[in-house]
Design a protein around this ligand. Structure first.
Ligand code: GAR
Length: 209
């Protein structure tokens, strides 16, 4: 699969800090892509404010009264109109319908605050602390029809320190995410990925760390 252009559509439910770092990378000329539209399912999502700050087209898409499929069709409509060819999820807390995943097959990325396949689902920070792992981290992966499950694009490990609580660990992981997501997006656009089962084979020389 080759992505010839790199128009990005970002979907968020939350703060949008990852979006800020993606936009910074874009503005610094470091990201071979452009955020074409930012969509959120929460009217007060920080991501919408950040999009405004960076003068990027943005919209709250209201899920009230819509089924998951109807809602996802609304999203697809906006993404198509913006000419998006790579969808970027940042803290998007709704599960995508199979229709959406098929529509953008192998062209949806998500970031999860753990080293998948460990600690899928909600509150990966507390899960890591409860397990007592010494390392956790962040994963950028391709989205498939299962939650926090698709092929792994990029991972960045983060140590768990004695005395960490949920908030200190979360802050350390999120700092790692701000480096990881732009890097993974760049790798994905430039690396011309081919999928062999769960594995991604890069058809161009993979970017160096
Ligand atoms: C990030 O930490 C991301 O890993 C997490 O939501 C946060 C969004 O932050 N996503 C998940 O937990 C998805 N399973 P942001 O809105 O500031 O970018």
């Amino acid at each position: 699969m080759t992505i010839k252009t790199a128009k990005l559509g970002v979907i968020s439910s939350g703060r949008g800090e990852n979006l800020r770092y993606i936009l910074r990378a874009e503005r610094e000329g470091w990201l071979p892509g452009k955020v074409a539209v930012v969509l959120a399912d929460q009217p007060d999502a920080g991501a919408l404010r950040i999009a405004e700050e960076f003068s990027v087209c943005h919209e709250f898409v209201d899920p009230a009264g819509l089924t998951r499929l109807e809602y996802d069709r609304q999203l697809i409509d906006r993404l198509e109109k913006a000419g998006v060819d790579l969808v970027i999820l940042t803290g998007y807390m709704r599960i995508l319908s199979p229709d959406f995943v098929r529509h953008y097959k192998d062209r949806i990325l998500n970031i999860h605050p753990a080293l998948l396949p460990s600690f899928r689902g909600l509150d990966a920070f507390s899960q890591a602390l409860e397990w007592g792992v010494k390392w956790t981290g962040t994963t950028v992966h391709v989205v498939d029809e299962d939650v926090d499950h698709g092929p792994i694009v990029y991972q960045r490990p983060v140590p768990v320190w004695e005395g960490d609580d949920r908030e200190s660990l979360k802050a350390r992981i999120q700092r790692a995410e701000y480096k990881a997501y732009p890097r993974a997006i760049r790798m994905f656009i430039e690396g011309n990925p081919r999928f062999e089962g769960r594995r991604i084979v890069w058809q161009k020389e993979r970017l160096r760390e």
